[in-house]
Design a protein around this ligand. Structure first.
Ligand SMILES: Nc1nc2c(c(=O)[nH]1)N[C@H]1C(S)=C(S)[C@@H](COP(=O)(O)O)O[C@H]1N2
Ligand SMILES: [Mo]
Length: 449
């Protein structure tokens, strides 16, 4: 194995200048607790010997009855709406003080390092608000559908929530990723944890009405109206253009359901647009209006924001589809391996162009690759969980994952991405993420070109 850690020029250390010292410490402590717990239960074979040894030394947790075996438990419905265990209180959305915060416009990141499978619990779904969130009264919420010219629709209509919820519904699992996810890594401002590098990512089962059904209901002239403008009810005047082909595919939903219940207020209650595969900004929350038109609208959120600055100084607009990407979530930056031996390396992969085909994992910074186990069923434009067993020999290692989607697109290295995109972008960074494990087992964020 080539020792990539010693190869000059291929490795850069994260400056970790993104959080305050105190915060890095707090986050780190929580995560280490998490790791200890999960590896004790999950790492079966490797942990069996030390556990037996402890029992024979008189482990009080085995020899004495804990209070929960000898007393009455809590009755039902003490908490009419269930909550996580108090022992999991570290696993929360976190805001980064390093990101611009203007009033209520901010981001909270999902704690990917502690999540399993592919569904994001609704209370841990990341949040991105340009002007804060509202808990809108559904009885007063309306959705209007109109044309930029009267001839584009037979009849403009306004729907209330009751009317929308009577229509035929579908339920589908999709990921949502903010276009700015992993944005700080462009400038090699590597941030310490996967929560902050990749946590503007979530995946839910959404329930709602295909937008096509509503447009049909209004009698849209699809030969003339080739674009849709979606508008939110919040003060940010959030508006995005969506090409009509996406709507005609039947994938775009006007959704009210998320993971089996109504949307959470932070995520657009009572109505949001679901635009599978497309960056989060087009998933307009508190959706109040859909206009059909014959050209892209060039609104502020697509002409000025959410554009990609290229090395030649030109701006690229309407780069909406989130390209194929993956990240190892455990172990990841800020966590620590406790001992040599077996670890289940686990992560997430996704593509805005459809289904995942393969995920490869490297333990030596991208020199050798092995196919990871993909946990099926692999779904269209949804997160996919991958796992692979690894025996850590106690030496420095660099863990990477590389996803390939059904179009045969391969997730790029930082070197490949920078060649095309430069370093001045904010949005659409889908490069291969590297986590370095040092001799002490500490895991940190590094970039391999
Ligand atoms: N009305 C409205 N819709 C919005 C936003 C907003 O600020 N207002 N933020 C957008 C952005 S930039 C993203 S990334 C996603 C975030 O969705 P979430 O908060 O449910 O994670 O919502 C999008 N829809
Ligand atoms: Mo976003």
């Amino acid at each position: 194995m080539v020792d990539i850690v010693k190869q000059p020029g291929r490795l850069r250390r994260a400056p970790e200048n993104f959080l305050s010292e105190a915060e890095i410490k707090a986050v780190g402590e929580g995560r280490r607790d998490f790791l200890r717990k999960s590896f004790l239960t999950a790492a079966g074979a490797a942990m069996a010997v030390p556990m037996l040894a402890r029992a024979s030394e008189g482990d009080a947790n085995i020899l004495q009855n804990p209070e929960w075996t000898t007393t009455l438990g809590q009755p039902v419905a003490v908490r009419p709406y269930g909550l996580p265990s108090k022992h999991e209180s570290q696993l929360v959305r976190r805001e980064s003080p390093g990101l611009t915060r203007v009033g209520a416009a901010s981001v909270s990141f999902a704690p990917l390092q502690g999540m399993f499978g592919i569904i994001t619990p609704s209370g841990l779904h990341f949040e991105r608000h340009h002007q804060g969130w509202y808990d809108i009264d559904p009885a007063r919420h309306r959705l209007m559908i109109n044309g930029s010219e009267p001839a584009f629709v037979k009849q403009a209509k306004v729907y209330n929530m009751d009317e929308l919820m009577r229509l035929p519904s579908v339920s589908r699992i999709h990921f949502i990723e903010c276009g700015a996810n992993t944005g700080l890594e462009w400038g090699n401002v590597a941030v310490p944890t996967v929560q902050y590098t990749h946590g503007m990512l979530s995946c839910s089962e959404f329930t709602g009405v295909p937008l096509k059904l509503l447009l049909d209901d209004c009698g849209v002239d699809y030969r003339k109206a080739r674009f849709v403008l979606a508008e939110g009810a919040d003060g940010s005047s959030m508006t995005r253009t969506i090409p009509m082909e996406m709507v005609e595919s039947g994938e775009v939903l006007v959704a009210y359901g998320q993971n089996g219940e109504m949307l959470r207020p932070e995520n657009g209650y009572p109505l949001r647009l679901v635009v599978p595969g497309v960056q989060g900004v087009s998933w307009v929350k508190w959706l109040r209006r859909i206009e059909v038109g014959d050209k892209p609208y060039a609104t502020k959120d697509e002409a000025v924001h959410y554009i990609d600055l290229l090395p030649n100084g030109q701006h690229r607009q309407y780069t909406s589809v989130q390209e194929c990407k993956s990240v190892i979530t455990t172990p990841s930056g800020g966590q620590a391996l406790l001992d040599k031996g077996f670890y289940n390396v686990s992560g997430l992969a996704w593509s805005g162009r459809g289904r995942l085909k393969q995920v490869d994992v490297s333990f030596d910074g991208g020199i050798n690759w092995q196919a990871a186990r993909i946990e099926g069923p692999v779904q269209n434009k949804a997160l996919t969980r991958f796992n692979i067993g690894w025996v850590w020999d106690g030496k420095p290692a660099i863990l990477q994952s590389r996803a390939i989607d059904e179009t045969a697109y391969v997730q790029p290295t930082y070197g490949q991405l920078r060649l095309v995109r430069g370093t001045k972008s904010i949005y659409h960074n889908n490069a291969i993420q590297s986590w370095k494990v040092d001799e002490s087992g500490e895991v940190s964020n590094v970039q391999v070109l």
